[in-house]
Design a binder for this molecule. Structure first.
Ligand code: PMP
Length: 405
């Protein structure tokens, strides 16, 4: 296994004891930890250059604006968008999807048209589309998931029709770890005349994403899952589409001219960025992306793949444990249930040993229903996790089984 363990030193939060034990942080799919350089960037912003952007004619405003605009270019490069103005800052994946559901929905979705989602979506990629369908009298269709956690691609082909307006699909499932065949889905959807939104919340932190190669119409993700701060996320949209879409919110910065009779709107990306943005966290996200690039996203991918394979092998040795999501092509997430043990009790006992995993429905209640469970335990890895931590997880689970059954 490629060793990236020395990078652990960059993450101060990892070096503490929880409940008397060294912290084992295996909840990275919920949010990743932040390296010191990101924390420093936030402090530096407030200590040295705090100012509003795009408006001031003074030193601090210039410095803040330069740092803010640089991040847009960093994100553009990171996902290989064609233009910086295709990158819209939002507060996270959830807001990015809501923006598209509202704005694309206003411009392009008419009654009886269909929005196609899948059974493995996070609530953030379900509810905004239900709301849109209610507003527009459109129809929501759901592509099922197979027993091993892969998408039922044949159903996808069957459900797609000239009536499909948009396909909204996750790149990687936050519960199953499944990597969906996004390139194929986009090609087929385009051939049917539909646009595609890709929820990249769980893909961008784990492997290289190239939005032009994918030909995605929209691609969204959150900064906090890729070692950046909370409160900042990205909407990538193809320029020609964003140009045709109405603003999502009105206010400062998104206007060209305001009169009481009529307002004209600013050019991209500002049309979609009403009000004072989250300047500090945007700058922090830029530093997080630099950090990832210094390590190399391909090295991160290799390390996490090795950890996930190893943890799968180890967990599978435990007889009463069943992993949900068994596709070979998966990323960094292992969901499991143990017969006779409630996932919540397991989570509490692991926490007592300093081990942080996620338990519950993972904001994917329909998927839980699909697998006939109320919730699961979920361990999710980042490159800074170690084999030793996986051993501790397995020991913790075995201890819990001994205590609880
Ligand atoms: N989609 C997926 C696949 C996710 O994993 C998450 C976060 N768990 C979200 C959307 C929502 O992200 P956020 O809460 O950062 O907006």
């Amino acid at each position: 296994m490629l060793s990236l363990e020395h990078y652990r030193r960059d993450f101060p939060i990892l070096h503490q004891k929880v409940n008397g034990f060294p912290l084992v942080y295996l909840d990275n799919a919920a949010t990743s930890q932040k390296p010191q350089v990101v924390i420093d960037a936030l402090v530096n912003y407030y200590q040295k250059i705090n100012s509003n952007v795009h408006r001031g004619a003074h030193y601090l405003a210039d410095q803040a604006t330069i740092a803010f605009d640089e991040t847009r270019k960093k994100v553009q490069k990171f996902i290989n968008a064609q233009y910086p103005e295709e990158i819209i800052f939002t507060k996270g994946t959830t807001e990015s999807i809501n923006l598209v559901a509202f704005s694309f929905g206003e411009a392009f979705v008419s009654p009886q048209q269909e929005i196609l989602i899948t059974e493995m979506e996070h609530h953030a990629n379900i509810v905004p589309w239900q709301m849109l369908c209610e507003r527009k009298k459109a129809i929501l269709k759901v592509v099922p998931v197979l027993e091993d956690g892969t998408l039922d691609i044949e159903s996808f082909y069957r459900f797609l029709s000239p009536n499909t307006s948009l396909v909204a699909i996750t790149h990687v499932s936050n519960v199953l770890g499944t990597i969906n065949p996004i390139q194929e889905i986009i090609q087929v959807a385009h051939a049917a005349g539909a646009k595609v939104l890709v929820d990249g919340a769980q893909s961008v932190p784990h492997f290289q994403v190239n939005v032009q190669e994918l030909d995605a119409d929209f691609f969204v993700f959150s900064g906090h899952k890729i070692f950046g701060p909370t409160g900042v996320g990205i909407l990538y949209g193809k320029k020609e589409l964003l140009e045709l879409m109405p603003p999502y919110q009105g206010g400062g910065a998104m206007i060209k001219e305001v009169t009481f009779e009529r307002t004209t709107y600013n050019r991209l990306p500002h049309k979609f960025e009403a009000g004072t943005p989250n300047i500090a966290d945007v700058i922090g996200l830029g530093v997080a992306l630099d950090y990832v690039q210094n390590i190399g996203i391909e090295n991160i991918a290799l390390q996490e793949h090795a950890l996930t394979e190893y943890a799968t092998q180890q967990l599978q040795q435990i007889p009463s444990l069943k992993i949900i999501g068994n596709t070979p092509n998966k990323v960094s997430v292992i969901s499991f249930v143990i017969s006779g043990i409630h996932h919540y009790d397991l989570g509490m006992l692991l926490d007592a040993n300093g081990i942080a995993i996620r338990t519950g429905h993972h904001c994917a209640q329909p998927l839980m229903r699909r697998f006939g469970v109320e919730g699961t335990a979920r361990a999710s890895f980042a490159f800074y996790n170690t084999k030793e931590e996986i051993h501790k997880l397995c020991e913790g689970v075995e201890k819990a089984i001994a205590v609880l059954t």
